[in-house]
Design a protein. Structure first.
Length: 273
């Protein structure tokens, strides 16, 4: 099975956001299927630790790139650093919102950085790597989205809008590339048990410590399993029963009612404060 996977999607995969959480788990799963992995994130020591573990466990090659994806020229830096590699699988799972604050409580620079990281860079990387995939007639692209992109809600104005972009972008890219041998999916996550979510929930006082799992959060392993099980079932894959239920509910409503429901839901989750 790993040989078939390597032939279809190898020899190299690039995972953006690979230092922890879903990204690190995705990189590990790709290595387990025989692909060499480029690990990309901001924190080089953490990336190096992940890379060492992957090499020790699976015997594949790894390369680490410390890049701030919110910075101008990030995609060009990645492209230049991988010119000697045949990248047949691209995973873009960077882009969580660490703040969950009202739009006007944050700087406009923070919102612009969100758009750069969640919209501009994945578009630029897909344009760069997909061209070679099309020439080879094989490859895979996974763009991580969020249920926040279904409809606008408070405390995630720029984030939700950027994730709506990611969802539509993946769908449109699928429409152009799936008949050229390229599997494209937009992986839509709901509440997922990642270090970023644990930190946010702990800061909000809903978790006693960052070692606890948030209630109703989908385990990282389940996200990865659903992604690999649905690589050819694009363009959009909703992860977890709860997210699939939310998707069906919102699709049955007009957008104004859906926006009101989202606002009420967020307010209820935040509590009286």
């Amino acid at each position: 099975m790993s040989d078939d996977f390597s032939r279809r999607y190898g020899p190299w995969a690039l995972v953006a956001g690979a230092s922890d959480g879903v990204g690190a788990a995705f990189a590990e799963a790709l290595a387990a299927r025989g692909l060499n992995v480029v690990l990309l994130a901001r924190r080089l020591p953490v990336l190096d630790e992940v890379a060492t573990g992957i090499r020790d466990r699976y015997g594949v090659q790894t390369k680490t790139l410390a890049v701030d994806l919110a910075s101008p020229g990030a995609a060009a830096t990645v492209a230049d650093a991988t010119t000697d590699l045949e990248v047949g699988f691209l995973v873009y799972c960077a882009g969580a919102d660490p703040d969950f604050r009202p739009f006007l409580s944050n700087s406009i620079e923070a919102a612009e950085a969100m758009v750069q990281r969640n919209c501009m860079v994945p578009m630029q990387l897909c344009h760069h790597f997909a061209a070679a995939m099309v020439q080879r007639g094989r490859g895979g692209i996974v763009v991580f989205g969020s249920g926040a992109g279904f409809v606008g809600g408070p405390n995630m104005v720029a984030y939700g809008a950027s994730k709506a972009f990611d969802m539509v972008f993946a769908e449109a890219l699928w429409s152009e590339l799936h008949d050229k041998g390229i599997d494209v999916i937009g992986l839509i996550l709901g509440k997922t048990d990642t270090p970023a979510l644990r930190k946010l929930e702990h800061q909000r006082g809903t978790l006693g410590s960052e070692d606890e799992s948030p209630p109703d959060a989908v385990p990282v392993g389940e996200v990865v399993d659903e992604a690999f099980a649905n690589l050819t079932n694009g363009p959009t894959v909703l992860v977890g029963e709860q997210m699939r239920g939310v998707g069906q509910l919102l699709a049955s409503m007009n957008r104004n009612d859906a926006a009101r429901l989202m606002a009420q839901s967020v307010a209820a989750a935040m509590g009286p404060d």
